[in-house]
Design a protein around this ligand. Structure first.
Ligand SMILES: [Zn+2]
Length: 415
């Protein structure tokens, strides 16, 4: 039952790796002949601004007016893309040229950063994705004439939901669900489950209010792997990832429709807990630092979702059996990404769950947030993780790590 909790959060490091890399193009430094004058650069950017603006305002004619009509193949693919994105309520869509070079024959290659926000959702543009276009000058201005991402960046541009068909939007009070028509039922269910989970999140973590959190529902694992290549170690139905490092950039939840259907059939509130767990992750992203003990984060996400009965850990403790991981293993930043068996994962979550439950009952839920904030503040310190944990616990709770661990063990045994 705890299997979904293995859902791996894409780390910011993984995001950075996904957003860059590939081949370097040594010709790239070539500047346009007229790069020194402001003209061409501004005009290229202006054409991309019209393209992006038309996506926001749903102006198909305006959108197609900046596509090179002579490239019929590219034009028809862009036309499909526009249709697929028609229902998506973009607040802002940004395409910014980062560099450009003469590609010969009157065409120019532009490398761009692409990012957008959704109306009612996080207000700051997320970390951008990189792409590249061919552009060509026509009598009435510059036109996009082809995708040059593979050529210029050494890899295809990141795939999105819109590449797999029309995107439908199912808005709730607290989430905005993007999916395909075949997943309309699941989208409504994910919306309702998220909306009903939200009050428990804000009750438990006062002050951590979220705008509408985007939920992307993919039709299958193949689509997810194409959209987030190498991003997931294991798939268990739902996961969350930060969209940048600031609270304003926020995060999103990603769901595999196939697994969601399967877990819905358990009929035990599994999907509701999964969504509450992932929503909590999105709320906690800005509170986390590189040294934050992951048991605090996973435990809090479970606490908001509703902790299930702890059986295995209690058995092991009562029988005096040694077990792995220990709670100390789980304050290491990599503590949850190195769990190798289902038993280890079950134990890890049971330990985290009861650690947070004990913290909340004994010190109040604010104390758990205070711990997270103190760890974030001290994330740059070059001291041993054990020493850092001990010092932060002393500072925030007034007890050192080993006293805390003893008290936690007593709490587990009492239960
Ligand atoms: Zn989690």
């Amino acid at each position: 039952m705890k299997k979904f909790l293995l859902a791996t959060i894409l780390t910011t490091a993984a995001l950075a790796a996904a957003g860059c890399g590939g081949l370097t193009n040594t010709d790239w430094a070539t500047q346009l002949p007229d790069a020194g004058s402001s003209g061409a650069g501004d005009e290229l950017q202006a054409a991309l601004d019209r393209y992006a603006g038309a996506l926001v305002s749903k102006d198909r004619d305006g959108f197609l007016s900046v596509i090179d009509a002579e490239n019929t193949d590219f034009t028809s693919r862009q036309d499909v893309l526009f249709s697929n994105l028609q229902a998506v309520p973009f607040q802002e869509y940004s395409i910014t040229i980062t560099s450009r070079s003469d590609a010969g024959g009157g065409t120019v290659l532009v490398k761009v950063n692409i990012a957008y926000t959704l109306a009612g959702s996080f207000s700051e543009l997320p970390d951008p994705e990189r792409a590249a276009y061919h552009m060509v000058r026509k009598e009435d201005g510059w036109k996009l004439s082809g995708d040059a991402s593979e050529q210029a960046l050494g890899k295809k541009r990141a795939t999105g939901l819109e590449d797999f068909g029309p995107v439908i939007v199912t808005e709730g009070e607290h989430v905005i669900v993007l999916s395909h028509p075949a997943q309309a039922g699941i989208s409504a269910e994910a919306r309702d489950l998220s909306d009903s989970a939200y009050p428990r999140l804000t009750d438990t973590l006062p002050g951590l209010e979220l705008p509408k959190v985007p939920i992307r529902i993919f039709g299958g694992m193949g689509q997810i792997e194409q959209s987030y290549p190498g991003g997931w170690q294991e798939w268990t139905g739902g996961a969350s990832r930060p969209l940048g490092s600031t609270a304003g950039q926020g995060g999103e939840i990603i769901i595999d429709a196939g697994t969601f259907r399967e877990t819905a059939s358990y009929g035990t509130g599994y999907n509701g807990r999964m969504l509450a767990h992932e929503l909590t992750h999105v709320a906690l992203f800005p509170e986390q630092g590189s040294r934050t003990p992951p048991f605090l984060v996973e435990g809090l996400a479970d606490y908001v979702a509703g902790i299930e009965p702890v059986v295995l850990l209690r058995e092991k403790m009562r029988s005096g059996e040694t077990f792995s991981p220990t709670l100390s293993d789980l304050y290491q930043p990599s503590g949850f990404s190195t769990l190798l068996s289902t038993e280890a994962a079950t134990l890890a979550y049971e330990e985290a769950d009861l650690a947070v439950e004990y913290l909340v009952i004994t010190y109040g839920n604010e104390a758990v947030l205070d711990l997270l904030r103190e760890f974030r503040k001290r994330s740059g310190e070059e001291i041993d993780q054990g020493q850092l944990v001990d010092e932060v616990f002393r500072e925030v709770l007034g007890v050192g790590w080993s006293d805390f661990e003893d008290a936690w063990r007593d709490y587990v045994l009492r239960g």
